[in-house]
Design a protein around this ligand. Sequence first.
Ligand code: IPE
Ligand code: IPE
Ligand code: MG
Length: 252
Amino acid sequence: MVELTDTALQIDAPLAGIPQGPCHVAIIMDGNGRWAQSRGRPRLFGHHAGAKRVREIVECCPTLGIKYLTIFAFSTENWKRTQVEVAGLMSLFRRYISKEMKALAAKNVRVRFIGDRVRLDAKLILLMDQLEEETKHNDGTHLTIALNYGGRDEVARATKRLAQDVAAGKLSPDDVDEETLPKYLDTHVLPDPDLVIRTSGEARISNFLLWQSAYSEYEFIDTLWPDFSAEELSRLCHDYGARDRRFGAVKT
Ligand code: IPE
Ligand code: IPE
Ligand code: MG
């Protein structure tokens, strides 16, 4: 039996999880702009509302048996937006990290960032480092935030480092295979996502976890991100439990 409080799900048996539920859920948090526009408010209003949803979703993970949660916060293509929106988002990321740092550390959440840091401002990078450092001994939910992340960019950066290792004689071209390449990806310490959810009704992946989601299950739902809830995540995790993942094989 699932009961909701304002911030987290509670169930009769703590940490029961969901039978056959996903261990790693990745979310494309889309629809903040439309959520704000439908209320006659600027897009940044939607981004602020979206950031507030993150806390509830992170907090319900242990109850749902989700060990890894990866969220798409800003893509390598999102720089194409107006300067006002990009600057507002960067400021929101700084505020979010400063504000949530203590709570995340106290809730045993381990935070990591993936994506390319080169275009991010020094203040933000410092906060990202600090949050990773503050939470590095936590072993509860593994929260990964994709910030200035693009799947193609990640594979290109990984390939560059791999080529450098080959050139330096540390790696033989014969050893480059499906096991070696992911070790160079930003996600090298994470399992592949079992379930990828995209909110806002768009049925595309927009450059998210291209390599890692080769065999993920997908859920494209109409809810706009600021309206997404722990209850809806719980429903999607239950639906996932009923899916038949075959990985190309035929069950005998
Ligand atoms: C997702 O919401 C957040 C980011 C991409 C940063 P959007 O800003 O893309 O919202 P819509 O899709 O325009 O509604
Ligand atoms: C994907 O959403 C990126 C994030 C959610 C951070 P977008 O809104 O940028 O994707 P498109 O432009 O609709 O493909
Ligand atoms: Mg969008």
